[in-house]
Design a protein around this ligand. Structure first.
Ligand code: NAP
Ligand code: MG
Length: 403
């Protein structure tokens, strides 16, 4: 047996595209396989292979994630018309993240990685704020119409017995617009459970906010479902863990978030989460320092970086030019997955390795060694911009000293 750290159960490894695919291999070669007897079940979600398999590989990788419980995913191209030409695609395949999220019915948690020298725009934020975004319904599955003057708009629901329930939206005296949105009790309940489980996992408080004072049925249903599930299933567990669940109005939440010092999870409805996650990521400094994990209500985890495939850097790389692409979020996807695997398999060595690798990456940046994106932001006096590979080698030097 080798003296490398052993794994009991494989990770589901989802490879991806462009610059992040290059970084993926470097992370494995430089920082993982020299130390861990890495076991993975490999799925190539690169666009070429998705196209070859008619996207079946994406579905298979999600099914494998359900089976093994933990996956790590590289950023992938979501094809548009340009990509269909570039890769000569049979079809404009759907977003892999959308496909995986639908199959796992999960909630996405995004959390910034804090380092000295990159100061949040909100100076009181000394601890990370994690955003949990509900990923189903509301305006993302809407129906909209323009309405001409003299029209009457109503909500009409046809019930299982064929009877109709109607409610006036507006009597239009002048031209206007309407929109219909929906959500499902089941999806809201999954969202709530994912949030409560994640809070217990992280031992952090959870906040949830909506606009139930104005939306007395729709948003109020979210509030009620969260409260019911908390009271019936989580209250005692939260008390034991010393954490709390806090509900407030969305505008009050925004004001409190800005005044806070961080260190909690902020659960948001779909639209609020879309907007607030960009606000939080930017305010903490950089999208390249944001991690992301999809958690299913059954407790299945898929880790990734929040950024895309960094296409512009990849084209430079293909031309043989030097790149300085930040690998930290992708590296933290690996450490997140390895740590979770270690927790589930009761292999503390693997968890300790993940902790040290993260600490080595943070120390590298705090020592002043960083990629170009961070060098632009960092306030450290001795900062030094390095290329993509040099950064990973600098992390490895520090990792070796810690092991
Ligand atoms: P992106 O890959 O996130 O990159 C946008 C820009 O942000 C880059 O050009 C770069 O700025 C900067 N950046 C992002 N990550 C960085 C990193 N790690 N290091 C240094 N700089 C970084 O977004 P995009 O260009 O809009 O999308 C490219 C592809 O990614 C698209 O095909 C999209 O479908 C896909 N995508 C995938 C995911 C996912 O799989 N989760 C998420 C989003 C997008 P500079 O060029 O100014 O240096
Ligand atoms: Mg957005």
């Amino acid at each position: 047996m080798s003296d490398k750290i052993q794994m009991k159960t494989p990770l589901v490894e989802m490879d991806g595209d462009e610059m992040t695919r290059v970084i993926w291999q470097m992370i494995k070669d430089i920082l993982i396989t020299p130390y861990v007897d890495l076991k993975t079940e490999y799925y190539d979600l690169g666009l070429v292979h998705r196209n070859e398999t008619n996207d079946q590989v994406t579905i298979d990788s999600a099914e494998a994630t359900k089976k093994y419980g933990v996956a790590v995913k590289c950023a992938t191209i979501t094809p548009n018309a340009d990509r269909v030409k570039e890769y000569d695609l049979k079809e404009m395949w759907k977003s892999p993240n959308g496909t995986i999220r639908a199959l796992l019915d999960g909630t996405v948690f995004r959390c910034p990685i804090l380092v000295k020298g990159i100061t949040p725009y909100v100076p009181t934020w000394t601890k990370p704020i994690t955003i949990a975004r509900h990923a189903y319904g509301d305006i993302y599955k809407n129906t909209e119409m323009r309405v001409e003057a003299g029209s009457k708009a109503e909500l009409c629901v046809t019930k299982p017995d064929g009877s109709e329930e109607r409610s006036l939206i507006h009597d239009f005296k002048t031209d206007g617009i309407i929109q219909g949105v929906h959500n499902l009790d089941k999806s809201i309940a999954s969202f709530a459970r994912s949030c409560f489980n994640y809070a217990l996992d992280k031992k952090q408080d959870i906040w949830f906010a909506s606009k139930d004072t104005i939306s007395k049925i729709y948003d109020h249903r979210f509030k009620d479902i969260f409260n019911e599930i908390f009271e019936n299933e989580y209250k005692e567990k939260f008390a034991d863990a010393g954490i709390s669940f806090f509900y407030t109005l969305i505008d009050d939440a925004v004001a409190r978030v800005i005044r806070s010092d961080g260190g909690y999870i902020w659960a948001c409805k779909n639209y609020d989460g879309d907007v607030m996650s960009d606000m939080i990521a930017t305010a903490f400094g950089s999208l390249a320092m944001m991690t992301s994990v999809l958690v299913s209500p059954e407790g299945v985890y898929e880790y990734e970086a929040a950024h895309g495939t960094v296409q512009r850097h990849y084209y430079k790389h293909l031309k043989g030019e030097e790149t300085s692409t930040n690998s930290v979020a992708t590296l933290f996807a690996w450490t997140g997955a390895l740590r979770k695997r270690g927790e589930l398999d009761d292999t503390p060595d693997l968890c300790a390795f993940a902790d040290k690798l993260e600490a080595a990456a943070v120390k590298t940046i705090e020592d002043g060694v960083m990629t170009g994106d961070l060098a632009l932001l960092s306030t450290l006096p001795n900062k030094q911009k390095v290329n993509t590979e040099e950064f990973l080698r600098a992390v490895d030097e520090r990792l070796k000293a810690m092991l």
